[in-house]
Design a protein around this ligand. Sequence first.
Ligand SMILES: Nc1nc2c(ncn2[C@@H]2O[C@H](COP(=O)(O)OP(=O)(O)OP(=O)(O)O)[C@@H](O)[C@H]2O)c(=O)[nH]1
Length: 286
Amino acid sequence: MNYLGKTADFMKSRFGKQKIVASCTGVNDLLKDIQSQIDTRGISLNRVGIKNIDWPLKVYDQTNGFQNTVANISLSVALNHDIKGTHMSRFVEVLNNIDILNPQIILSILSSIQTKLDAESSFFECKFPYFIWKESPVSKNISPLKIEAMILGEKNRDETEIIIGVVVPVQTLCPCSKAISSVGAHNQRANVKILVKTKKKIWFEHLAAIAEMSASSPVYSLLKREDEKYVTEAAYNTPKFVEDVARDAALLLEKEDGLKCYRVEVESHESIHNHEAFAWVEKALS
Ligand SMILES: Nc1nc2c(ncn2[C@@H]2O[C@H](COP(=O)(O)OP(=O)(O)OP(=O)(O)O)[C@@H](O)[C@H]2O)c(=O)[nH]1
């Protein structure tokens, strides 16, 4: 028996048949659609919606076809000045209909939200853990590296924009520290975030490779001693400031076909300072 059935039984036992009829009429009054009422304050809202809903999904994977992940998703619309509230449950209803994520599906999510919520603009943001299977440089052991991947979408009337991106852990070794020290140089883990708008399909793996190539060295989940020696020496021979990583990634992105614009953000968790160092660059391409 469902909830309403149980409630009706309870009311019957408590109040008898006469009262139930009256109470059931009252149920419809209780389900008033407050959200659809008119608002008279004259203020349109840029965005209203739901954020940080975790959702199980599949995403396409260059090596294995697809991988399962849990995406953290935010969905929203612009709200006209004369409508009191949006219908929050409809965002989740749209998600209920998808099981794999890619830019085309996000376009259809944005259109569905626009239609279901009668909105001029709709917005989609999601980020999720994504695993790239990497081979260690010498022992050739394969292990998964976790990066963060993201897809952001926006639809204004008929114009849509999709941004895809990654945040990739890398190693940086300080060129100044190397130059002034008689031995060693401080090095640390850094994150490289790359966001692109593109006319062509681009894999998360490809963006991650650009981030790694721009750093002093990639990082790995599994390294044996021979790999450790290699990675240590490779980083020492490729010192990079955060500025260097941002510029080198930008140069690689400018060689890519079909990019409309890019943004690179680099943040290093300084090992000898109690703060982060950062640099970012963004550019629209013709
Ligand atoms: N608009 C709005 N709704 C909220 C908020 N907080 C909670 N909600 C609830 O979100 C719930 C789902 O809303 P709706 O999508 O309008 O639910 P519904 O009317 O059953 O769905 P439809 O029949 O599709 O309109 C409602 O019960 C709201 O009370 C808020 O801050 N704003």
